[in-house]
Design a protein around this ligand. Structure first.
Ligand SMILES: [Zn+2]
Length: 193
């Protein structure tokens, strides 16, 4: 039986913009992680929305607890969850990208994280791939495939310039969106509806 398209539930993606409200996250050069992650999440949403149902944990500068972010993902019955962050370090030379999964990751979380890393590696072959990392962050305590992306360092001048530019953030949005999209079509085996 083939259901009419309007009756087939869309694959749901929950995008989490790190920080917000009084919690600005990393700050450097007049830029706040909280603003940049929201901008990136909106770009990812714009790319994925035609094909998938996309839910943001915050669509504005709001302060949301980590457990509430998970609750939003649960309520949306998200099929996958990506938390978007930007790194920072005391050492201004530290740079690159990395993706976290929980310490006991499902195969789905590992494949989602690896898929996003591949998209970063393709777009920025000269930047440092810090690889897959493991941490039991609160937002990763979910049954669905879930990962947390640390998209470059705000404290690294070259990477801050990338993050500061709309075209740089668009590329970052594309990398995350393509990572999600490839995961859905190749791993879940579900084409766009
Ligand atoms: Zn962060």
């Amino acid at each position: 039986m083939v259901l009419p398209g309007s009756l087939v539930p869309k694959f749901a993606i929950c995008l989490d913009s790190g920080h917000g409200g009084r919690d600005r996250g990393a700050r450097s050069g007049g830029l706040d992680e909280a603003d940049l992650t929201l901008d990136m999440a909106r770009r990812v949403r714009r790319i994925l929305a035609p094909k998938y149902q996309v839910v943001l944990t915050r669509d504005g500068d709001a302060q949301i607890s980590l457990s509430e972010r998970v609750a939003i993902s649960e309520r949306a019955k998200a099929d996958l969850f990506v938390s978007i962050h930007i790194n920072a370090a005391d050492n201004p030379k530290a740079g690159g990208y990395e993706v976290f999964v929980r310490r006991d990751p499902s195969a789905g979380s590992l494949l989602l994280a690896a898929g996003i890393l591949v998209q970063f590696a393709k777009r920025w072959p000269t930047k440092r791939n810090r690889g897959l990392k493991y941490a039991n962050f609160v937002v990763l305590r979910q049954a669905r495939p879930a990962c947390l992306v640390e998209s470059f360092f705000l404290t690294n001048s070259a990477e801050r310039a990338l993050l500061a530019s709309a075209s740089g953030r668009e590329q970052l949005g594309e990398a995350i969106a393509w990572g999600c999209g490839n995961f859905i079509t190749t791993v879940i085996g579900r084409e766009e509806l």
